[in-house]
Design a protein around this ligand. Sequence first.
Ligand SMILES: O=C(O)CCC(=O)C(=O)O
Length: 242
Amino acid sequence: MKSLLLDSGFAVWRSSVREDSRALLRETIFRSGEAGTRCLLDLSPVRAVAQLVGRELIKIDILDAGAIAIQAIAFDKSADANWKVTWHQDLMFPFERLVCAPGYDLASVKDGIDFARAPRQVLESLLAVRIHLDDCDDQNGPLRVCPGSHRVGIIPSGEIADHVARTGEVVCTAKEGEALLIRPLLLHASSKAVAPRHRRVLHLVFYSGVPITEAWHRAIGPNQALVPLAHLGRPVKSIHVA
Ligand SMILES: O=C(O)CCC(=O)C(=O)O
């Protein structure tokens, strides 16, 4: 799986998140008003799953020992919300405050949280883990990815279509309980569902790299509840509580 992630930028993986935890996620994070309105890592069922997944991925050497969960988003494509997303890379991530370090740009505020584009080496050290909470086949708007596109850095928007046309795409279907691992720099898109029904996904983002100058909005280590505010921005290793 490690070499697949290196070469292609994505892989399907089955974590040991149990059915009862997945049911709890379905009940809590998709309640109306919950998704998108707050940081989902502040919800204990999400934090528990992020920590479990973090520990597992560290154990199989996909993440470094100092890896932290920095973001959690809920996606539910359904008959009521049948959206499509054009080809893009995920470049904007949440920070504790307005960024000012060199290499960080495009600062903006969304729902009261500071977002910015991090430098390439930071973006390359991120991994998204999309835990599927429903079966997702080619009829209900699966993620489509452009293999290997994470290896060329930030692709100017005017070059994205050519890149996809040259390289081709893979449709990422998944069974409920499976997780799709993707590098956020991997070009991805999704179409409207042809036969819409729930397509619930918990999208976790982990950072696994050298300590960064700026402070993430959230930084959840595999063995701790929350990073004390006073420690934000300090080297990742010093904030892990056994
Ligand atoms: O889940 C989807 O359909 C789209 C997700 C997406 O575009 C993203 O994570 O950036």
